[in-house]
Design a binder for this molecule. Structure first.
Ligand code: PLP
Length: 378
């Protein structure tokens, strides 16, 4: 049986979501049409909007559906610049490219706020950057996609507010995995993506607080109260709403994945004591295990496990395959041989005991074979 342990890239779509989406796809109607068919599609969308609001402690009217998480993040950054008068962008050194690259592409000055050795943003350096002149948009992820560290977004948000800036939280890896409270965090913007919590790929949402500056990102019809033009993906949105509702109802069992994560970690450390567990000692997502294996390249590990029918990843799905220095390795100040050997094993709601056993056996056997030809530093 193939074993899927790359749930942070995209997790299993929930069967109830597939059933709901196929019902919605079989129905006629554009949610913007006034006739009964259109209104039925609209009802599907508004149900999802309420589900998202309830799951994340936001008002349904704060929810803007988008074509993916990346689009939601782009919409927030563009809005903050064009409608919010932002002059400087602050992003942590471990933000996803959907934030980091969008910030760089904006043409504004982008300042990177470093993380400590465990992968947690340095709040003192954020405060220092905020003390310099120029209105700021600060972007910080709630949970990191590669190593799973949970960032102090509430504290960071308070600092940003105090400095009169705008605050964007990338909650794409956090929503449906740990409790997320948009109101308590006090962010101006927050992004989520359905395929990270059991919904379909290609649908996301931006939560924008009532006074958050918003601009038109794409032009066309007046959908989403003029904030995001384009016919709504009623089936995808319905799937997103149900998936998030179910994921949030199951947060306790998701938290239990930490037992399997710890078991894999212990078995790997026993077989390879020089392996570094990234994020160790920091608050982390319960499902994510990131390892730096000196002398064994991440891509080679992925291939070795793929031969055993087990899917893991070297870094994030978006950046793996690119021949460039690992951004995470640089951010965490890892020596080259560790930085090259980073892999991520991520569990999901559909993972089971057999997956964990298969990973432990395959990884430790492959390591033993590989270690015969490894140049290991320490
Ligand atoms: N932000 C984070 C933290 C992510 O993990 C991802 C996807 O991996 C994204 C943004 C992009 O989301 P999407 O794939 O929906 O565009």
């Amino acid at each position: 049986m193939p074993v899927y342990l790359d749930h942070n890239a995209s997790t299993t779509v929930r069967p109830s979501v597939i059933a709901l989406m196929s019902d919605v796809l079989a129905e006629n109607g554009n949610p913007s049409s006034v006739h009964a068919h259109g209104q039925a599609a609209r009802a599907r969308v508004e149900t999802a909007r309420r589900q998202v609001g309830k799951a994340l402690c936001a008002r349904p009217e704060d929810v803007i559906f988008t074509g993916c998480g990346t689009e939601a993040l782009n919409l927030a950054i563009t809005s903050a610049i064009t409608a919010g008068g932002v002059e400087r962008l602050l992003v942590s050194s471990i933000e996803h490219e959907a934030v980091a690259e969008t910030a760089r592409a904006s043409g504004l000055t982008v300042e990177e706020i470093p993380v400590d050795a465990t992968g947690i943003v340095k709040l003192d350096l954020l405060a220092e950057a905020l003390s310099r002149p120029g209105k700021v948009l600060a972007g910080l992820m709630l949970a990191n996609n590669e190593i799973g560290t949970i960032q102090p977004v509430t504290e960071a948000g308070a600092l940003v507010r105090e400095a009169g800036g705008l605050f964007l939280v990338d909650a794409i890896q956090a929503a449906g995995k740990i409790p997320v409270d948009f109101a308590a965090i006090g962010a101006d913007y927050m992004a989520i993506s359905a395929h990270k919590f059991g919904g379909p790929q290609g649908v996301g949402a931006l939560l924008a607080a009532c006074n958050a500056p918003m601009s038109r990102h794409n032009h066309g019809g007046g959908q989403e109260m003029g904030r995001r033009a384009g016919t709504l993906n009623a089936a995808g949105i319905a799937g997103l709403g149900l998936a998030l509702e179910e994921a949030v109802a199951e947060l306790d069992s998701f938290a239990g994945l930490a037992d399997w994560r710890d078991e894999m970690q212990a078995a790997i450390k026993k077989a390879a004591p020089n392996v570094q567990v990234l994020g160790e000692g920091a608050p982390c997502l319960p499902n994510t295990l990131a390892l730096a294996v000196p002398g064994w390249r991440g891509e080679t590990q992925v291939m070795a496990l793929d031969l055993e029918n087990i899917s893991i990843s070297a870094g994030s799905a978006c950046s793996s395959g690119k021949a460039k220095a690992s951004k995470m390795g640089t951010a965490l100040d890892l020596p080259d041989d560790r930085s090259d050997g980073v892999v991520r094993i991520s569990l999901g709601w559909s993972s089971n005991r057999a997956d964990v056993d298969a990973l432990i056996t395959a990884w430790t056997e492959a390591y033993e074979r590989a270690s015969k030809s490894m140049k290991v530093s320490a």
